[in-house]
Design a protein around this ligand. Structure first.
Ligand SMILES: [Zn+2]
Length: 330
């Protein structure tokens, strides 16, 4: 059994109803995905906020491009909060292969829905500093549309947790880290076509357990946060694609994550399903929203069957609840 959190639990567990006991949370896998970066950032301390320049895990800060006059407009929708995402629609913009969104000191790719409309989703990592941030779309190095976006602080609970040293060490092994890295790299792949439409659906039947963003300190020194939502579904029950997309990763028996499937939905959005007992899909396969892709299990590290469901935008974990309530028109 994973130790219980000494602080306030995220949510009371449902009755066991004869099932195998649930883990207090998903395995560390989910937390590990974030924890790697956080562990390296020894200065993170208990604070959520780090400078935006520290946000990009794999790109250096890029200065904003030069503004030019333009009739283009950016419509900003979504959840401008820590752990949220922005849904951007840019109309009447000059665009080509060089077109990017500049946001939080980093460039993000865009998709083209039709000739006059550029669309993309950009993430807001949980540790982005609250306040006003400038967003710009630029082409050939020149800004053609811009907007100011106020990012709101989102309070995520925090708890202390004790793990046997050997268990914590397992999560920190090079193999576990490499497996996490592979998933994050795949989740960062941008497909310029949008496969998904409308709200993402909860991919398994069961109570929602540990939520996204909960912060934990393990054994007094190791900081991590939960990258997804744990769905306390029955072992063997169906896992369904949260939205349409293309399967990009099917991994079997990873050390911590167990058997995992990653679906790329296009326009930067991916979803991840961990600890499966069975997997029905293969890489490259197209899936529809609601299509059964596997079965709930307890592979990897964990003490009971559940589905860890995580969502990413350009490789950054975002709250799946944001994608469960996408803006009108998306
Ligand atoms: Zn989890």
């Amino acid at each position: 059994m994973l130790p219980r959190i000494s602080g306030p639990p995220a949510r009371p567990r449902p009755p066991a109803r004869g099932r195998t006991a649930r883990p207090g949370c998903c395995t560390l896998a989910c937390r590990m995905l974030a924890a790697i970066a956080l562990l390296l950032a020894a200065t993170l301390q208990a604070s959520w906020s780090v400078p935006p320049s520290a946000n990009p895990p794999h790109s250096a800060a890029i200065p904003p491009p030069t503004p030019v006059s333009s009739h283009a407009s950016i419509e900003v929708q979504g959840a401008p909060r820590q752990g949220g995402a922005l849904f951007l629609t840019v109309r009447d913009a000059v665009h080509n292969a060089t077109t990017r969104i500049h946001w939080l000191n980093r460039d993000w790719p865009v998709g083209v829905e039709d000739e006059d409309e550029v669309r993309t989703v950009v993430p807001i990592a949980v540790y982005v500093k609250p306040g006003v941030h400038e967003l710009a779309l630029y082409t050939d190095g020149k800004v053609v549309a811009s907007a100011s976006v106020r990012v709101v602080k989102h309070a995520y609970p925090h708890g202390e947790i004790r793990l046997p040293r050997a268990m914590l060490a397992t999560y920190l092994t090079p193999r576990a880290r490499a497996e996490d890295r592979r998933i994050l790299d795949a989740a960062a792949v941008f497909l310029p076509r949008r496969y998904w439409h409308g709200n993402f659906v909860v991919p398994a039947a069961g109570p929602l357990g540990t939520r996204f963003g909960i912060q934990r300190t393990y054994n007094g020194w190791y900081h991590a946060y939960h990258h997804g939502i744990d769905i306390e579904a029955w072992g063997g029950s169906a896992i369904r694609a949260a939205n349409a997309g293309v399967v990009t990763v099917v991994s079997h028996h990873m050390l911590v994550n167990g058997s995992a499937t990653l679906i790329n939905h296009g326009f930067g959005v991916s979803s991840l399903y961990l600890h499966q007992s069975h997997q029905n899909v293969r890489p490259g396969q197209s899936v529809w929203k609601g299509e059964v892709i596997g079965r709930v299990g307890m592979t990897g590290a964990g003490t009971g069957p559940h589905l860890h469901w995580a969502c990413y935008v350009d490789g950054i974990p975002v709250d799946p609840e944001v994608l469960m309530h996408v803006p009108t028109g998306w």
